[in-house]
Write a new protein. Structure first.
Length: 173
């Protein structure tokens, strides 16, 4: 087992361990870390109004991104910690009530969960008989959408569908 929790074997490339699976070795530990990550993101969204709408990236944080990429596997917990300390605090926070910038989607807790579900499906909508195509067809039916939505693209269509119609949070009937 490698340090990042994935099964490994020796490869012929400089003796560097390679993974034999992208699945976690210990699903229980992975679930604990996944819940920690979800809780941290929900907490960041919940606490957003109490944080500054923007903050300067300190030089010591910025300099980390001028270093080379890791050459060894990195644990999910370490990547999460780096995200929480070096990335999340320095985003534009579009959803912040004090954010006055270009008009962009703000991101919502329901949207974050919808993205998680969509990513978990890993759907390829290139054909075959699968339910994903039925959902897409339902969204694209002109009579099922407000007129304005046909002008704003796939992401807005998906957001309207998942955040509105399916969640009962408005945007559809």
């Amino acid at each position: 087992m490698s340090e990042n929790g994935l099964a490994s074997e020796q490869s012929s490339f400089k003796g560097v361990p390679t993974t034999t699976s992208l699945d976690p070795v210990n699903w229980g530990d992975f679930r604990v870390q996944a819940h920690r990550m979800l809780d941290d993101m929900l907490g960041a969204m919940e606490d957003l109004p109490q944080r500054p709408a923007w903050q300067v990236i300190p030089d010591n944080v910025r300099s980390r991104f001028y270093q080379g990429l890791p050459e060894e596997p990195t644990s999910l917990a370490s990547v999460h910690e780096e995200f929480m300390t070096s990335i999340l605090p320095f985003t534009a926070r579009n959803a912040h009530p004090g954010f006055l910038g270009s008009v962009q989607g703000g991101g919502t807790p329901v949207g974050m969960l919808a993205e998680m579900l969509a990513t978990g499906l890993n759907a390829n909508l290139g054909g075959r008989d699968q339910i994903h195509l039925q959902v897409e067809d339902q969204i694209y039916r002109v009579d099922a959408l407000p007129v304005w939505i046909s002008r704003v693209g796939n992401r807005a269509l998906r957001d309207w569908h998942f955040h509105g119609k399916l969640s009962g949070c408005g945007g559809g009937t």
